[in-house]
Design a protein around this ligand. Structure first.
Ligand SMILES: Nc1ncnc2c1ncn2[C@@H]1O[C@H](COP(=O)(O)OP(=O)(O)O)[C@@H](O)[C@H]1O
Ligand SMILES: [Mg+2]
Length: 216
């Protein structure tokens, strides 16, 4: 069975790349699958692409898994405009369609949060809708994450997309009442919690295999 997911987060820097690489490693270790990570838009974080490539076990042309590579660490619409480019989500869909058949399990990592602007009129939610993939939401556990999570889920559903599951990831080592926050979300979110990752120094995707459940 071929599976593909769109992975988004409650914000930037919440662990999307960490969890994406964790899920890729989990799929290739438990199911012996061909797995591929895609990062359609990079803006100022070249490490994301390298980590996804390292976690994948099939090769795909770099300009297909990453059609837009922007140097500046700012919102993609602004970064693209600054270099005279426009992000075209139809082109991203074309690239995704070209590479998805190479693997049994594909994770497409978004950029920023679910409404991060990509061009003058469209944002990540439009891309997720165009790709028509079930969504995995990475919740960055820190103060304020409860409202951000519920807003993101509302937005995912408003686009008519399925929430395949969510991952609670503690990005703030000093956060208090971490388990209580996850418990509060469990009471309000009916979709599966695929993993609860505590803060860990030098977190790496391959170390999360036992802590992540595969989405249905
Ligand atoms: N559970 C965690 N424990 C420790 N550090 C983490 C954890 N999750 C993420 N990080 C760190 O936080 C930073 C942002 O994570 P990253 O996966 O790049 O986020 P995103 O892709 O959402 O921007 C990275 O330096 C990453 O190693
Ligand atoms: Mg990332």
């Amino acid at each position: 069975m071929k599976q593909a997911y769109f992975l988004t987060g409650t914000d930037t820097g919440v662990g999307k790349t960490l969890i994406a690489t964790g899920l890729l490693h989990a799929a290739r270790s438990s199911w012996d699958m061909r797995v591929l990570g895609m990062k359609p838009v990079v803006a100022g974080s070249p490490g994301d692409l390298e980590k996804l490539i390292a976690a994948s076990n099939v090769e795909a042309p770099r300009n297909y898994i990453n059609p837009y590579y922007l140097e500046e660490p700012v919102s993609p619409n602004i970064a693209a405009k600054g270099v005279g480019q426009t992000i075209d989500i139809d082109h991203i869909k074309y690239c995704f369609d070209e590479v998805r058949g190479l693997a049994d399990f594909v994770i497409v990592e978004g950029i920023g949060g679910f409404r991060a602007p990509l061009n003058e009129t469209q944002d990540i939610s439009h891309l997720a809708k165009l790709l028509a993939l079930p969504v995995i939401l990475v919740v960055g556990l820190k103060l304020g994450c409860l409202s951000q999570t519920l807003l993101a889920i509302e937005s995912i559903k408003a686009r008519g997309l399925q929430l395949a599951g969510w991952v609670a990831n503690q990005v703030d080592p000093d956060m208090i009442c971490v388990a209580e926050n996850v418990g509060t979300l469990k009471e309000r979110v009916s979709e599966p919690l695929l993993g609860f990752i505590r803060y860990r120094e030098n977190a790496k995707g391959e170390d999360l295999i036992k802590h992540l459940a595969m989405p249905e």
